[in-house]
Design a protein around this ligand. Structure first.
Ligand SMILES: [Zn+2]
Length: 249
């Protein structure tokens, strides 16, 4: 599911800040599917642009962090989101094989979600500069979440700002959960391996199984999102399979 997809003739190729970027056609299909429930049809193309810009910013965060440690990389946007692939690592293996220290791996992983938080902060700044008002609401009654309300008569602008904030903050937080192969899963892997070189990988996979399972249950019961429940159930199952392939020792 998170493997890199082979090139197609419908790929969009360009360079961003010196990093080669390839966009697989299925990226647009998935973005469209995720946005197809929108009430306002005008918001669907806007949604696709927001998803594109936000995932690109996230991957650029990883790529810049890699560059800081002397590691070249390229960016791929495909059906399961984005990937930043270091040049020296085998295709599809994430960044496990790059010659970085565990702490550098952790910083590279954190750089993605934090690039999104930066973009969210920028969105708030632009929103305020355009005369919008920042209000803080809560998700699930506990997690603070900022919104920009534009002056009366600019409903679509408010929608754009709220979607930008939602995508960058919510997806960033989800990505920080210690579930493989999300960024938080990478952080937890290198965190535990550093403390326990022999059992750390196994421990991080157990954390991934538990957190993924819990999120799958919360996805159905609290969040009411079948998509999230399915995604986390699948990730928990994949982690469980990885655990089993490690053997019993
Ligand atoms: Zn990431």
């Amino acid at each position: 599911m998170f493997q890199a997809a082979p090139p197609t003739r419908f790929d969009l190729n360009f360079t961003l800040a010196g990093f080669p970027v390839r966009v697989h056609p299925l990226f647009w299909v998935i973005a469209l599917l995720l946005g197809s429930g929108m009430d306002n049809l005008l918001m669907i193309p806007v949604w696709i642009v927001i998803v594109f810009v936000s995932i690109l910013a996230h991957e650029l965060g990883h790529a810049l962090a890699f560059r800081r440690y002397g590691q070249d990389s390229h960016i791929l946007l495909h059906f399961s989101g984005g990937l930043t692939i270091p040049e020296s690592a085998p295709f599809g293996s994430g960044y496990a094989n790059a010659g970085l220290t565990p702490n550098q791996h952790i910083l590279v992983s954190l750089a993605g979600p934090f690039a999104g938080f930066l973009l969210a902060a920028l969105t708030l700044a632009v929103g305020t500069a355009l005369g919008g008002e920042i209000i803080v609401t809560t998700i699930l009654g506990v997690i603070p979440f900022p919104l920009v309300l534009m002056p009366y008569g600019s409903g679509i602008l408010t929608d754009i700002f709220i979607t930008m904030l939602w995508v960058n903050v919510f997806w960033g937080v989800i990505n920080l959960l210690p579930v493989y192969p999300l960024d938080g899963g990478q952080v937890s892997r290198y965190f535990f391996i550093q403390r326990n070189p022999y059992g750390g990988l196994r421990l991080s996979l157990w954390v991934s199984v538990m957190t993924g399972g819990l999120l799958a249950i919360l996805g159905v019961t609290v969040l009411g999102s079948i998509y999230m429940a399915f995604l986390f159930a699948l990730l928990a199952f994949q982690s469980f399979q990885m655990l089993q392939s490690l053997g019993r020792y």
